[in-house]
Design a protein. Sequence first.
Length: 128
Amino acid sequence: MTRIKRGYIARRRRTKIRLFASSFRGAHSRLTRTITQQKIRALVSAHRDRDKQKRNFRRLWITRINAVIREKGVSYSYSKLIHDLYKRQLLLNRKILAQIAISNKNCFYMISNEIIKEVDWKESTGII
């Protein structure tokens, strides 16, 4: 039986994995078995943290909106604002509201005041 020289495909696979782990430190960037373990771990963390990032940004937007609302007066809160937005059927999500709250507070106050007036007017006349 003739001798088969393999290793070309395996070497190509290992170098591809090494390129992924080139920024890792120590054995995590040099030893093939450790590289594969760290690659799996890194991809799992990346997948998990993409969802976490969405959660964290939503929390940040809510905190910013609530802080700007409570600057004017403590009587109005974030939950009431969101509830009134849904009552008026305004399609402003939390990201946009947070950007408006930071960049242009006067515009945000105008939006919240209009919502309060409209909801109070409807409740007092008994339309809702």
